[in-house]
Design a binder for this molecule. Structure first.
Ligand code: C2E
Ligand code: CA
Ligand code: CA
Length: 775
């Protein structure tokens, strides 16, 4: 699994932002380049229009200049004195000759002061025409300084052939030698000349070329519409600069067709004419628009792809991060309860300890262990066990403050670290936890099922009990262990002697293990006699001579054996030894009716305990009836009670007798006596020894005998030390007696001597040689 260590990779949103950022940037660049391209298109169009307008202007100017020259020639010919005297026909001929140069454009003519044609380039003889009504004649007639006048378009009086062609006239005033009006010299120009000129120059469908008089009168416009000719454009808002400047460019919406164009204009030399080329902005931008659309589409596709990619990438990343987080959770948190696990707890505890050290504050760690949780699992199943654990962890979480931490170490063990916590506060929190855990737990999956459980809590304080998480955890564990062994559902603070004791315990455990493998264990035997003093059975009791420490009380080392799991092995050895001894004694001729062996819950958890017992009996030639198993009531309240019950049933089926040891000190639930066909009740020595001293003990002993009587069980009193005790018990019908009054537990040879009391005058006392701590 790849781990993304970079913080960048921890933020999937960054990739979306980056995607959007890049998209915006590329969009901005695209828009800017499109804008640039648009400006370029406009600049190119402007240059093209300017070039066109220049060439048109040059062409028109050149032709008009030529025309003017021809007109001047005509004027000169008209005014030449040498010619004046000539008859009109001759003069006409001269003029005709002068005008041929300009014939392609139109015709040249001259009038007298009344407007009658005196010269006409179109015919050898001037036509009989009067132009005094024309605007160009009127202007010159009225104004002395009209200069070169360009007329408004008009139709000729006569058409040479077909339809009359509109035309304009260029005219100048003629004066006699006195400076008085003598007529005009003029030239007509067919507008079709401009039309052809413009037609050849036109660029696009919506482009225009217009020839204007400076007063705004349209002389020609391409595309050609007859109605446009003669219209006035004066008054439009672009008109003023158009006629005032020599040349220029502007954008405007046409008055004539309402199309927006880029207009480039130029004055035709010194003539009162302006050529205007208009290029439709739509056309200018047509190519650009196509490209812009293509680029736009591509850029949108790319942007969408980019955003999709960044979304996909960030989604992938998010998935991966979630997975990583889940893995981290698994690594640091307990999946069942969601609480921090051991690793996480240690990290947090270390952090809190470091902070505590810095601030000089105390810190408490609580080791919380549920009591008999295994029983819940065994009797209710693991699913309900899990429900219980989840509910308990919820309750635990509710009992601690923010800033404190609680986690699960595993199984039914929890661990809390409380910061800035003194003895009192730790005690309060622990008591609260004990109360919270004790509340019945309603199981959701099984209606009406309520489970009640308790906890044992060990507390260690830092820095007093340690300043490292590991040490505090161990010390709290030791204290918890003490709380458990003191009866559960309570709290204990760590004390240094716990550690010493734990160490000793461990040393004893190791020594016991060694003893079990070696030959440091042996068995002693205590007789059980009836009211007449006849031997009815023997109890086998284990002894351990520890090299270094002398004899160790069975109560102590048996507890150690139970806790360390050595007990089953030890009991098996005792069972073998006791059976062997019984067989040996019988072989020696001693009549010993029955052997009692002490057993505990751990023995019954052996996979095939009944098989083992059968094999042991068989290997020594004994019968099931030769053996009695003594067990305390505790066995029936063990966590694995179901397995134990099965084993007990099997043992009972074999015909081996069961005896309830220390009867009256435990749970004393009478139903099991019947359920397991118990044969014997052993009244605990504490009651026996209270006889004569303690009323309560006496009446209890009495009651226990009574119970045995009712249930038809053999009642054996143990720990009978005095005759008074013996007599008291005898009065109430006790069946068997065991105790120092009859014999201490004896080594095998001593026991044999005890049997042959008469022949063996002073029997050795095994426990007397090895003083018993418990006695
Ligand atoms: P228990 O089964 O109740 O055994 C009787 C205990 O009372 C023995 O203690 C015995 O020495 C003691 N005793 C007998 N008569 C008298 C008396 O007159 N006065 C007094 N004060 N004590 C008397 P012991 O041998 O120390 O054993 C203690 C317990 O250890 C036994 O109690 C039994 O529960 C357990 N135990 C002993 N041997 C074995 C064994 O092989 N396996 C297991 N699982 N437990 C054993
Ligand atoms: Ca016993
Ligand atoms: Ca006992």
């Amino acid at each position: 699994m790849i781990r993304f260590s970079s913080s960048l990779f921890n933020r999937p949103a960054l990739f979306i932002c980056a995607g959007i950022g890049i998209t915006l940037a590329t969009t901005a660049v695209t828009v800017a380049s499109l804008y640039e391209m648009r400006l370029d298109a406009m600049a190119q169009a402007r240059v093209a229009a300017q070039n066109l307008v220049i060439s048109l202007q040059n062409e028109i100017e050149r032709n008009l200049d030529m025309y003017q020259l021809a007109m001047r020639d005509v004027a000169t010919s008209v005014g030449t004195t040498s010619i004046v005297g000539l008859p009109p026909e001759v003069r006409q001929l001269v003029a005709f000759g002068s005008a041929t140069n300009a014939k392609e454009l139109g015709s040249l003519f001259a009038t007298d002061a009344t407007g009658k044609l005196v010269l006409d380039s179109r015919s050898v003889m001037p036509r009989k025409l009067d132009v005094s009504g024309r605007d160009y004649f009127q202007i010159h007639w009225r104004q002395k300084n009209a200069g070169l006048y360009i007329s408004a378009p008009y139709l000729p009086y006569t058409a040479a052939s077909g339809l009359p062609q509109p035309r304009i006239a260029l005219s100048r005033r003629l004066e006699d030698k006195n400076g008085d009006f003598a007529g005009i010299v003029g030239g007509t120009l067919r507008l079709s000349y401009f039309r052809q000129l413009f037609e050849h120059s036109i660029l696009g469908r919506h482009d225009t070329i217009t020839l204007l008089r400076t007063d705004g009168t349209v002389l020609m416009r391409q595309p050609f519409h007859e109605t446009d000719i003669g219209k006035s454009l004066a008054g439009g808002h672009s008109f003023e600069p158009l006629v005032q400047a020599d040349h220029g460019t502007y954008t405007d919406i046409a008055v004539l067709d309402h199309i927006e164009r880029l207009y480039t204009f130029r004055r035709v030399g010194s003539y009162p004419l302006v050529v205007v080329v208009g290029v439709a902005t739509d056309d200018i931008f047509a190519g650009w628009r196509k490209r812009a659309i293509a680029i736009g589409i591509v850029s949108v596709i790319l942007d969408v792809l980019l955003i999709l990619l960044s979304l996909m990438f960030s989604r992938q990343l998010r998935k991966r991060l979630n997975m990583e987080r889940r893995l981290q959770r698994l690594a640091w948190f307990d999946p069942l309860t969601g609480l921090p696990n051991r690793t996480q707890l240690q990290r947090e505890a270390l952090l809190m300890l470091t902070n505590g050290k810095r601030n000089g504050s105390t810190l408490a760690v609580l080791f919380i262990d549920l009591d008999r949780f295994k029983r819940v699992n065994d009797t209710q199943g693991h699913a309900i066990g899990d429900e219980v654990l989840s509910e308990i962890s919820r309750r635990l979480k509710n009992q601690i403050h923010t800033g404190d931490v609680i986690g699960r170490l595993g199984g039914d063990e929890f661990f809390a670290v409380l910061q800035e916590c003194d003895v009192l506060k730790a005690k309060n929190v622990a008591e609260r936890i004990l109360r919270a855990v004790c509340q019945p737990i309603l199981i959701n999956t099984k209606q009406d099922t309520r489970i009640t459980i308790s906890a044992s809590i060990g507390i260690a304080l830092s820095p007093h009990d340690g300043d490292e998480p590991g040490i505090l955890l161990r010390n709290a564990d030791l204290a918890m262990y003490r709380a458990k062994s003191s009866g559960r559902n309570q709290l204990r603070f760590y004390a240094p002697e716990y550690e010493r004791e734990a160490k000793e315990q461990l040393e004893l455990e190791i020594a016991l293990q060694r003893a079990l493998r070696g030959d440091a264990l042996h068995v002693v035997y205590q007789p059980k006699v009836d009211a007449t003093g006849v031997l009815r059975g023997v109890e086998a009791l284990v002894r351990w001579d520890n090299d270094g420490q002398g004899s160790i009380a069975p109560d102590r080392f048996i507890a150690i054996a139970e806790e360390s799991g050595l007990i089953a092995e030890m009991d098996a050895w005792v069972m073998g030894e006791a059976c062997r001894q019984l067989a040996e004694w019988r072989a020696e001729g001693l009549e010993i009716p029955n052997m009692s062996v002490n057993v505990c819950a751990a023995d019954f958890k052996h996979p095939d305990y009944p098989g083992f017992v059968t094999d042991t009996l068989k290997s020594h030639g004994l019968l099931a009836t030769d053996l009695t198993l003594e067990m305390t009531e505790r066995v029936l309240f063990d966590e694995s009670v179901d397995d134990i019950r099965k084993t007990l049933d099997a043992i009972q089926a074999l015909g081996i007798a069961l005896s309830i040891d220390d009867f009256g000190t435990g749970y004393s639930s009478l139903s099991y006596l019947h359920r397991f066909a118990v044969k014997e009740l052993k009244i605990d020595k504490s009651f026996v020894q209270g006889i004569g001293r303690d009323q309560m003990a006496e009446s209890l002993a009495q009651t226990l005998i009574h119970i045995g009587e009712i249930l038809k069980l053999t009642v054996t009193a143990e720990g009978v030390e005095t005759q008074a005790q013996r007599d008291f018990l005898g009065t109430y019908g006790c069946h068997l007696y065991q105790g120092f009054l009859f014999s201490r537990p004896l080594a095998p040879s001593d026991f044999a001597c005890w049997m042959r009391q008469q022949s063996c005058p002073s029997p050795g006392d095994a426990d007397a040689k090895r003083p018993e701590v418990a006695l």
